[in-house]
Design a protein around this ligand. Structure first.
Ligand code: TYD
Length: 396
């Protein structure tokens, strides 16, 4: 049985930054209802009615994973770790974005899958064979016909974007070598509940995983989790190491440990999600109260990071130009566009120094350390950051 536990109202597609705010442009903007459900038979948390992926992953897809130093470093680290541990002859990445993981491999030792044509073009141009297709069983068969079975499959922040997980895992089991390993990482529902980070829910995060849910979903495909890691990336992620049930791999202690912690957190109980939903409603109230107070005191407030996450917040809380002057972001192809739904202008971060901004809401709170280290001048001039995780507050 599937039950709704949270309604985040009408939301736009987070990656659809607007090039202008003419009424003809606004008329075409797509909105959908973002309601979150829990499937009480396998404990998977998902969007009730996901958006059609063909509308989301287009040839103007804006996100570039290599924009952040933190992400470059973390992909380098995991690539080195996996190469050392599994010594794969052939690796595949699903959702290769602009090649931030691929570049740690020799071009002949890795194949990539990336449905956004603009991104696939970048990595193909750089010599990494990239299929600009959605991951499914047809593509899996095509790839093994050309390259043979795969020793290591890696995917970051992609599997949770795919509505049909049955098809995903079936395709994995088709092309994974007998002793091959599939490693994937995505935002963790345990961290969302702990941080009250309801902004992890947006159109692309069709599901937010727990180990409970993934082990239930892998079972029919004769796949097992051999190891699990909880990560700090993206404000709390979970990394699964998956292998065939009859492969040589034993199950590490981490799996039992995380199973126990999830039972302890009551991730298998509807009431847990319902309580979380009340905390989300309170978070909205607190944030609105703070922003209105700052507005009344004539403070200049902006948001830092034109993130997908902040689109959920702005649209759910109804935060527009009257409360937040604009958004800053270092990504060139986001600058001088407008945020989806609430249409805040995106500028380069230098503008918040020039314009003597008082407060910056951390839309990219998962990078707060990197941002604060970078924006010393803003802080020195008396600028302060605001966050909503785990509670709404001004960071002292
Ligand atoms: P990301 O973490 O991918 O969040 P989401 O998945 O919710 O979009 O996005 C981080 C954004 O923050 C990205 O647009 C780049 C921007 N950014 C800055 O502008 N300055 C920085 O110092 C960092 C680290 C990121």
């Amino acid at each position: 049985m599937k039950k709704v536990f949270l309604n985040l109202l009408q939301q736009p597609i987070t990656n659809s930054y607007l090039i202008n705010t003419k009424s003809s442009t606004l008329k075409k903007e797509f909105f959908y209802n973002l309601s979150m459900i829990i499937n009480l038979s396998n404990f998977l948390v998902s969007i009730k009615k996901p958006v059609n992926p063909k509308i989301q992953y287009t040839d103007i897809y804006a996100h570039r994973a290599s924009q952040s130093k933190t992400m470059n470093l973390s992909f380098k680290k995991i690539a080195e770790k996996l190469k050392k541990k599994f010594r794969p002859k052939l690796t595949m990445e699903i959702g290769s974005n602009d090649g931030v993981f691929l570049k740690n491999f020799h071009k002949k030792e890795i194949v990539a899958v990336e449905p956004c044509k603009n991104l696939a073009q970048i990595t193909n141009r750089n010599g990494y064979l990239t299929y600009d297709k959605f991951w499914d069983t047809n593509l899996a068969r095509k790839i093994i016909k050309k390259r043979g079975k795969i020793d290591l499959i890696y995917s970051a922040n992609t599997i949770s974007h795919i509505p049909n997980l049955k098809e995903v895992f079936k395709a994995i089991s088709i092309c994974l070598n007998h002793n091959g390993v599939f490693v994937f990482e995505d935002p963790y529902i345990g961290s969302v509940l702990k941080n009250n980070s309801y902004d992890q829910f947006y159109d692309e995060h069709v599901h937010v995983f727990s180990q409970l849910a993934i082990s239930n979903l892998l079972n029919p495909h004769k796949l097992k989790i051999i190891k699990t890691e909880i990560l700090s990336t993206h404000g709390g992620s979970i990394r699964f190491y998956v292998a065939k049930k009859d492969s040589k791999y034993k199950i590490s202690k981490s799996v039992k440990k995380i199973y126990d912690s999830e039972i302890n957190l009551k991730l298998n109980k509807f009431s847990t999600y319902k309580k979380f939903s009340l905390r989300v409603q309170n978070s909205k109230k607190q944030l609105m109260k703070l922003l209105k107070k700052l507005k009344k005191a004539n403070k200049k407030v902006i948001s830092y990071g034109a993130t997908y996450k902040s689109a959920t917040i702005f649209n759910y809380c109804n935060i527009d130009k009257s409360l937040i002057n604009y958004v800053v972001d270092t990504t060139k192809n986001k600058q001088w566009k407008y945020t989806p739904g609430k249409h805040l202008l995106i500028k380069p971060p230098i503008d918040m120094i020039k314009e003597k901004i008082d407060y910056a809401f951390l839309g990219a709170w998962n990078f707060s350390k990197e941002i604060m280290a970078k924006e010393k001048k803003f802080i020195k001039n008396g600028g302060k950051f605001i966050t909503h995780v785990p509670k709404v507050r001004i960071i002292k």
